[in-house]
Design a protein around this ligand. Structure first.
Ligand code: NOJ
Ligand code: NOJ
Length: 571
């Protein structure tokens, strides 16, 4: 019996051929990806172009695009990969790199920058020069996923060191850095952010998901080192975050990437969120959007299908086979192409799913995930299929082939050098945009590990439940107040109103409007969503004399998400 099963598996020609091709690609690309990733890290990486110790460059490309900066997000995802490789015992030579990263982040956190300083929001700054100075040009800032991702990487490291008995390094060196980031996440998660693609200022699913994960891990670490009151305050915020996370679901079948932005919201943002919050111990839990949850599988299905007719290079591929995917179908950046790291993320989500199905010995098809599974078996119906059932074998084999298909496409469009750029031309498959993108290499390594069944550490997703009664689950929306008001020389227009964000009717602290478009005065403020907000404009002159608008108070009802603008006239 066993022998014939092995025989069949080996000689089913298409499976054998495809999977051996992928095996060969993984074997040759893995060492290239690792060496190329390390080449982009200072001080001694061969392409790190003057980067200081522990600083990760995004890419050595210095023009079109200029990526010779260090992004907190890219760096954290890179070091998450490196720390996992070390702590899982795959490569014990990486310790010096990790120590350098810790040292660099302790410095970078303290650099005053256009987002603020360490106490006033500076941790949300997305990127720095590689010599650890602030980049002061215009940019989509802040990006509030960075501190979350960095703390998650460093907590993974701290947990390992604690298990080795190295408590003092954790409490004296790592914890202060981690605490800065967690406190930032804990107090700012409800503020608007630029998304991970640095384009849309609103709330963003990826950011919320990684913030939630960071705080959960933070709770466990804080308790382990006796920081119990911080642990409980992180716990309160994590509960709110988990509730908020649910609000991104679009019932037509995907996680809306951003609350603002005016696009479909179908975006690799959600697939990346799923793989970067994978916790095998949580099984196929839907509220934390685990890779094999029905919502995450339907989301993957919707996301992948959005690219079938978007790129010329995907034409002629049948509807149940892998295609190249990009950031989001409407993307135009550098021509709007497929990306290596997004295509690999799809494969990784599916490999993660296979890990869980195989370890739990069953697979659930629900009414939500049915369209995903019907790609592989048009007669499948909702139900639980145990590992002894033919459906389990058919579906898991088909999912494996499907996921290998994404890696096969990446393999096909990897140049013979093994170098991975940022993008793949939508028309001819040539590498496009930044060469040697560090994040592309990291994404290859994590996808390959998932394919091999490697399980990253748990972060506490298991057994969570929603606790959404009361509390500040409402998100903020960005409201622009415009008022036409003529003023005398020396007078300015201010805004005050009935909520904290409008200074609770204070005249002293009222918010100054800009007269850049005089006689229209304007200011943009974050206000709680879905809330009736009363306000008035006031005029103040140089001597502090206040003139109020006439009664009654003005009032708006803020939308649940997105942005809002008023067009008022002084009265
Ligand atoms: C550069 C950003 O890095 C990229 O993500 C974005 O798409 C472009 N600017 C265009 O805004
Ligand atoms: C542009 C991408 O959109 C962004 O996510 C990334 O951080 C930077 N490039 C640097 O790689």
């Amino acid at each position: 019996m066993l022998l014939s099963a092995v025989f069949l598996a080996l000689f089913a020609p298409s499976v054998w051929a495809q999977s051996s091709v992928i095996d060969a690609y993984v074997a040759s690309e893995s060492p290239i990806a690792k060496a190329s990733m390390l080449a982009n890290i200072g001080p001694s990486g061969s392409k790190s172009s003057g980067a200081f110790s522990g600083i990760v460059i995004a890419s050595p490309s210095t023009e079109n695009p200029d990526y010779l900066y260090t992004w907190t997000r890219d760096s954290a995802l890179t070091f998450q990969t490196i720390i996992d490789q070390f702590t899982l015992g795959f490569d014990t030579t990486l310790r010096g790199e990790i120590d350098n990263y810790v040292g660099a982040q302790a410095i970078v956190q303290q650099i005053p920058n256009p987002s603020g300083d360490i106490t006033t929001g500076g941790l949300g700054e997305p990127k720095f020069y590689v010599n650890e100075t602030a980049f002061t040009g215009p940019w989509g800032r802040p990006q509030r996923d960075g501190p979350a991702l960095r703390s998650t990487a460093l907590i993974t490291w701290a947990n390992y060191l604690l298990s080795e008995g190295n408590t003092s390094y954790v409490t004296d060196t790592l914890w202060p850095i981690i605490e800065n980031d967690l406190n930032y996440v804990s107090s700012n998660w409800n503020q608007s952010t630029y998304d991970l693609w640095e384009e849309i200022y609103s709330s963003s699913f990826f950011s919320t998901a990684v913030q939630h994960r960071a705080l959960r891990q933070g709770i466990t670490l804080a308790r382990a080192i006796g920081q119990t009151s911080l642990a409980s305050s992180y716990g309160n915020q994590a509960d709110f975050l988990l509730c908020f996370l649910q609000s991104y679901w679009n019932p037509t079948g995907y996680m809306t990437a951003n609350t603002g932005g005016g696009r479909s919201g179908i975006d690799a943002n959600s697939v990346l969120a799923s793989i970067h919050t994978f916790d095998a111990a949580a099984g196929c839990d839907a509220i934390t959007f685990q890779p094999c949850s029905d919502v995450a599988l339907l989301n993957l299905f919707t996301y992948v299908n959005a690219f079938r007719n978007t790129y010329e290079i995907n034409s002629g591929i049948s509807t149940n086979e892998a295609v190249l995917t990009g950031r989001y179908p409407e993307d135009v950046y550098m021509g709007g192409n497929p990306w290596y790291l997004t295509t690999l993320a799809v494969a990784e989500q599916l490999y993660d799913s296979l890990i869980v199905w195989n370890s739990q010995g069953s697979l659930d098809v629900t009414n939500i995930s049915l369209p995903f599974f019907k790609q592989f078996d048009s007669t499948i119906t909702a139900g639980t299929y145990t590992s002894s059932s033919p459906e389990f074998s058919t579906l898991t084999a088909a999912v494996k082939t499907f996921s290998d298909g994404f890696v096969a496409l990446v393999a096909k469009y990897t140049p013979s050098s093994g170098g991975l750029a940022e993008q793949i031309s939508r028309s001819n498959g040539a590498p496009v945009s930044a060469v040697d993108l560090t994040w592309s290499y990291a994404s290859a390594l994590t996808a390959f590990d998932a394919r091999a069944g490697v399980i990253p550490g748990s972060w506490g997703a298991q057994g969570l439940s929603l606790n959404c009664g009361g509390g500040p689950v409402a998100q903020t929306v960005s409201v622009t107040f415009n008022v036409d008001a003529s003023t005398l020389e020396g007078q300015n227009v201010y805004l005050t109103g009935a909520v904290d964000a409008l200074e609770d009717w204070s005249t002293d602290n009222a918010i100054l409007l800009s007269s850049a478009n005089y006689p229209t005065w304007s200011v943009t403020v974050d206000l709680p969503g879905s809330t009736d907000v009363q306000y008035k404009y006031i005029k103040k002159d140089g001597s502090g004399t206040v003139t109020w608008e006439s009664d009654p108070n003005m009032e708006i009802t803020t939308p649940a998400n997105g942005t809002y603008a008023t067009n008022d006239t002084w009265r």
